[in-house]
Design a binder for this molecule. Structure first.
Ligand code: FE2
Length: 251
């Protein structure tokens, strides 16, 4: 087989995400708390100056969510997966709905982030009330485990159709055993794709799409943030938001 030229060997560099202002500052808090970013990971944060009655506003920020040293052992690949609405016109299709409801021909649906310990990340996120739409799934063919989050949107607006996949390649036998014990069955490649597919279909048909954070918790965080900008959120503020997330199941 012809070898692919090195200049076309792509790795993930960054992904750009457009966010509604109501989600923007909450997202910053989520990156800090759920994704574990530090102030040093904030690569830039640009502001639009105050003008008349409009206050200074954060325009854009970029945050590093991971750093990798390439070793011979770790093989990193970059993949684009594509899905089209394949259902007949008279049948419901969450894929068609995601595109049509946003008047879009293309839309980034999920971003897969690799972690070296999915069970630990899943526990960390679930303890902070992050919602997942599937259990952790095991892919029999590809030796990876994966889980899918709820969508990034907020109460009172239509769902965004954007969510995260978290995955671990080459999980240990113990990790796999734990996943299989929890699921009480083995998930095969087609079933993991279909598992997510049918879950999304079920959500879109029921009109209740699971959000990344429970609606009430989102409201509590939004109230706490108020009119604060990204740069106004102190470490103590983030600690309070994280505590709200940890305590939420009890409220
Ligand atoms: Fe995926």
């Amino acid at each position: 087989m012809k070898k692919k030229p090195e200049f076309m060997n792509f790795a993930v560099d960054h992904m750009t995400l457009l966010l509604h202002p109501k989600l923007y500052t909450v997202a910053y808090a989520l990156f800090r708390i759920v994704f574990g970013t530090t102030p040093e990971d904030l690569l830039y944060e640009k502001r639009r100056p105050a003008k008349g009655a409009d206050p200074e506003t954060s325009m854009t920020f970029a945050t590093r969510i991971g750093q990798w040293k390439s070793t011979e052992k770790s093989e990193l690949s970059t993949i684009i997966a594509v899905v089209q609405p394949s259902e007949p016109k008279d049948e419901p299709s969450h894929v068609r709905q995601m595109l049509d409801s946003h008047n879009q021909a293309a839309h980034w649906q999920h971003i897969a982030l690799r972690t070296p310990d999915l069970l630990a990340f899943h526990k960390h996120a679930a303890e902070r009330s992050v919602q997942f739409v599937t259990p952790i799934l095991k892919d029999e063919h590809e030796n990876l485990i994966q889980v899918f989050s709820g969508e990034w949107y907020f109460p009172g607006i239509r769902s965004s159709g954007l969510f995260f996949e978290f995955l671990q390649r080459d999980p240990s036998d113990d990790a796999v055993a734990e996943v299989q014990k929890a699921n009480k069955q083995t998930w095969f490649r087609d079933e993991t794709f279909m598992g997510l597919y049918f879950e999304k279909e079920r959500e879109y048909q029921s009109g209740k799409v699971v959000p990344f954070l429970p609606e009430k918790l989102f409201g509590m965080i939004t109230n706490f943030i108020g009119t604060k900008q990204v740069w106004d959120l102190t470490e103590s503020d983030l600690g309070k938001i994280e505590q709200m997330m940890l305590d939420f199941p009890k409220t």
